[in-house]
Design a protein around this ligand. Structure first.
Ligand code: NAD
Ligand code: ZN
Length: 265
């Protein structure tokens, strides 16, 4: 592992434009469960997965009923406001601070990369603390709306203050398209990158899982470095040039240390 960490650090130091793609695995060490890891939410509760698949159809069919149902359940990810970044988030923030990492595309909705100090973060699947207009794409802090009293007064669904469109949680649901601004920014980052650091994602949710493949198909191909507890399809199909098996909270800080040593030389 030490030799592999050293090699990966060398790749990062020599990179021109490194970016990261992160998934729920970087936040499990902050106490937020993932979906498909060994103690994941779907792994333990397939019924919750079925409900999640139906949420977007319900929103489209009946936004009022969707919001009433939404407000009647606790978040499946638990109390996200209390979660704090862990060494994985801080390591990536430090790589950005050093000028090596240019952008993080995260599938997480917990806001922990920003909390750890990362600045250029694309939230591919939205943010759990925001709501978004399905017509004009405007985003608002959820706390701007008193959703509970709106429910009591029969005023759901909340409406956009800019265009009057219906608001939905910013989090992207299964079968919902990725918002256009987010896809455009992400593709631009992939176009620019020569290294992609893929951390804590099972790479089964599309189109996010397509991003490392797009990076790999470029001419010349980007170097893909994968850090995960377990191998994924990218490990097996040759998308990943490097696979570092273990916890991101342990491996990413080691990579940062190795990078620092090289820069000090
Ligand atoms: P996933 O649950 O499908 O996969 C997580 C992967 O991370 C698994 O392969 C698991 O083995 C690995 N992992 C778990 N803990 C790890 C650790 N400490 N170090 C290294 N690897 C670890 O997650 P996904 O690929 O991100 O896709 C699930 C979707 O669910 C995401 O798109 C996201 O929108 C959403 N989600 C978000 C959060 C969050 O915001 N924190 C949490 C759960 C799910
Ligand atoms: Zn709007």
């Amino acid at each position: 592992m030490e030799a592999l960490i050293d090699e990966v650090a060398e790749v990062l130091v020599k990179s021109r434009y490194a970016i990261a793609l992160t998934g729920a695995g970087v936040s499990t060490e902050s106490g937020i469960p993932d979906f498909r890891g060994p103690s994941g939410i779907w792994t333990k509760d397939p019924e919750a997965e079925r409900r999640a698949y139906e949420a977007y159809a319900l929103f489209l069919r009946d936004p009022k009923a969707f919001w009433e149902d939404y407000l009647s359940r606790p978040s499946i990810l638990g109390p996200l406001e209390k979660a704090q970044p862990n060494p994985s988030h801080y390591a990536l923030a430090e790589l950005e601070e050093m000028g090596i990492l240019k952008c993080i595309i995260t599938q997480n909705v917990d806001g922990l990369h920003e909390k750890a100090g990362s600045e250029n973060v694309i939230e591919f699947h939205g943010n759990a603390f925001k709501i978004r207009c399905v017509d004009c794409g405007a985003r608002y802090p959820k706390s701007d709306f008193d959703l509970v009293s709106m429910k009591e007064r029969g005023q759901l669904p909340p409406l956009c203050r800019r265009c009057g469109g219906v608001l939905k949680p910013d989090v992207v649901y299964f079968t919902e398209p990725i918002p256009r601004d987010v896809i455009a920014r992400s593709l631009e980052e992939v176009r620019k990158c020569d290294v992609m650091l893929v951390c804590g994602t099972s790479l089964v949710v599309y189109p996010a899982a397509e991003l490392p493949r797009l990076a790999k198909r470029k001419v010349p191909p980007a170097t893909v470095i994968e850090v995960n507890l377990e191998p994924t399809s990218a490990t097996f199909d040759g998308t990943s040039d490097y696979f570092l098996q273990g916890k991101t909270g342990e491996i990413l800080p080691k990579i940062v240390e190795a990078v620092k040593k090289k820069l000090a030389k």
